[in-house]
Every structure is written in C-alpha cells, then in structure tokens.
Write a protein that binds this ligand. Sequence first.
Ligand code: IMP
Length: 194
Amino acid sequence: MLKITLATGNLHKVEEINLIAKNYNIEFVLPEGEFDPVEDSDNFLGNAYCKAKCAANLGKTELYLADDSGLCVEALNGEPGIHSARYAPSAKERIYKLLDAIKNEENRKAYFTCAMVVVDKKSNILFQTQQYCHGEILKEEIGDNGFGYDPIFFVESEKTGMAQLSPDKKALVSHRAKALNEVLSWIKNEYIEK
Ligand code: IMP
C-alpha cells in the first residue's frame, strides 16, 4: 500500500478523494503536526504548490499531494476564483453573496476548477494538472449532497445540480475527480507498475 500525504485539513475533501481513489492501492493520510500553509499565489496551481510544500516540510511520506480548487463565474470575471473559500465567512453567506452578485446577469456560466500538484520530500514538483467541471449558477439552492457551492451549481454534462448528484456520481464527474484521475494514472505508471 502506497502512503501519500494529502495536504489538507478538510475532512470532506479527504473523503471525496478516498472515494475517487478507492480502486487504487493507495492510502491518503493527513499531514502530521501543524499544517498551516500560506497561500500567496494568484493562481490555483501556485496555491496548490504552497500547500504541497507546507505538507512536505512536515515530513512523513515519500509523496505529497495538494489541491487547490474554486468556483469561477464568467460574469464576475472569474471571481470568487482563488478566493472561493474566503468569499464570505460561512458557506451559506458565500452562496447568498454569489447569488446576489449575479442577480441581474443573464450570463450565468461558471466552472469549478481543481489544480493538483505532487511533490517529493524536498518539495520538487513531480506532477501537476488542472481540470474543470463546467456549468451554470442556479437561481436558488437545490439538492442536499456535497459541500460549498454545490447547491447553486448546475452541472452541464449531467444536466442536474451538483448537490443532487450522489457522492459516487460526483466522484466521476467533478473537477476534483478529473484532476485526481490524472494524478492516479501518473502514480500508477511511475510507482505501482514499476
Ligand atoms: P480549497 O481548494 O480548499 O482552497 O477551497 C476551495 C473552495 O472552493 C472551497 O472551500 C469551496 O468553497 C469551493 N469548492 C471547491 N470545490 C468545490 C466543490 O466540489 N463543491 C463546492 N464547492 C467547492
């Protein structure tokens, strides 16, 4: 079993990632010690690298995987984007702030994106990818699953709300699933089949 440190403190993220990776012989473990990264980049890949470096500094495994994700809304020039987690104090407030910000916009196109970076113990980048899930911002919340902005996101490929998707279905179509599948294919080629 290959152990990889997942550079996050978010348990929901760990659950989603473990579900997507369930057919691989990989155990994702949380960083040990104080994981408190400074995310000072202006883009998703840069911020994922900040988290990866912070986890690698704490040590523990050979490989470290970090992700940085967010929701980008066309009519808001890509906002909340890298500020998605801090757009407003609580998840509900973030949703209402976003709905209010685009209430007069006809263009409701948006996408979730997820950047992932794999580093070694010395913080050398071994692999990186950025993937997308396209859709639109709904006019009101719908569905009970998922987290964050899921209740107001309509998934173009599924023609349904993100929060209406079962966890198994989200694990097939989300931005995070697509990015993780790239990472898992790379790990499989580099570490498991050799
Ligand atoms: P980070 O990737 O932990 O820096 O946070 C990204 C933020 O983007 C989260 O706190 C959510 O608000 C939002 N976000 C990222 N992925 C998703 C998702 O799959 N569903 C809903 N919101 C998401």
